[in-house]
Design a protein around this ligand. Sequence first.
Ligand SMILES: *Cc1c(COP(=O)(O)O)cnc(C)c1O
Length: 449
Amino acid sequence: MPEFTTAQVHAGETREAAHGARVTPIYLTAGFEFDSFANAEERFGGDVPGYTYSRSGNPTAASLERRVAALEGGREAIAVGSGQAALTVALLGLVQSGDHLLSAQSVYSGTRGLFETGLKRLGVQVEFVDGPGDPEEWRRRIRPNTRALFGESIGNPGNDVLDIAAVADVAHQNGLPLIVDNTLATPYLLQPGEHGADIVVHSASKFLGGHGSALGGVVVDQGSYDWGVSPFEHLRAPDDWLHGDSYVGAYGRGAYIAFARSVVASLFGPVLSPVNAFLIQQGIETLSLRLRQQSDTALAVARWLERKPEVASVDYAGLESHPSHDLARRYLPRGAGAILGFTLVGGAAAAQRFYDAVTLFSRMTHIGDVRSLILHPATTTHAHLQRDVREATGIGDGLLRLSIGLEDPTDLIADLERGIAAVTGQAGVAATTATTPNREPRLVVAAGN
Ligand SMILES: *Cc1c(COP(=O)(O)O)cnc(C)c1O
């Protein structure tokens, strides 16, 4: 396996033979022509390699799948239309009505919605572990019908880092797989599979794509979990589509991803457009450069915010003051990522003034963009939660979340200074009293939305 930065530009690429196109082309086609009557039957039956219809496989998407699998050190991946689709496919590949999942408390709001609304209607129960840092609680709360443990490598916006190795041990001692959403860390900062995660999920709409232009999602099977001795009967039972063979019989360690692809993704149908697969792959080629710089800038911004009297607390695992700092040092030696939260002393009113005062940060619900973004979770992504649940996940009225992009840190801090000035009633003088007195902010950017 080549080094990460080599793999991010080469792994999985398709060398197109007809014209020698160097970049994997966008194969924007619904279907693929069969050579003959016999060839159609063979390709459908999987007896000869080749694509049939883009809902079940497409060369541009396949190239992305191979690249993400390589970067995660995984066995095989499947790319789908969004991060939510990736979570849905990953979980519906495992659970059925009557099953139970155990999740860390602080998960992405869409994931929580999927658990509490989407899966609940299908008869799948999800429970949340209150102290995800306590392996004993995970162990205690496993039930006979629990089918998997779930967590995020870095929680958002609280920045709590999952002790993947500890939770993986509990999962494996109980014969269960651990699923980790690695969206915030990306494989450049952390490979959950190295620490025992069996399935890794991504919203590729965030850092993998990086440009904020295309949605996508990826599920990676690390190849570590033995589906043949698992509680997943649907992978071990004879299946009509496999002419009476089982997924384990036909695919061995690849049973789960084959089922997730041919039954869940292909029949529920959350297909990734080949255009989006192309854009995400383009993004991945600069992943290490972006994450390195975005992590460095996020740390500088976090340190700056921490010194402000108007700021009550800063949630960034790269800070020594953060409860996950030791875990971050262990799991995230290259940087603690680009997402941070901070809580203003003045609560909701201060958050509103701050939010409306910035001009370089874009007011958006998105993360992982090359542009810096700001969000007030309590009134947007987390507005539907009961106050006590919301506050239990660390989201108070004064909390703002930042996704740090690639702008110069000086300009970002000058913009945050504008927010602080609005909070203290100093708006108007803010732009000229930024941290670098000798240097006016160079950029005057209209507020993005
Ligand atoms: C955004 C996000 C998702 C959902 O991804 P989409 O591409 O928006 O569907 C899932 N998990 C995490 C951690 C995310 O940040």
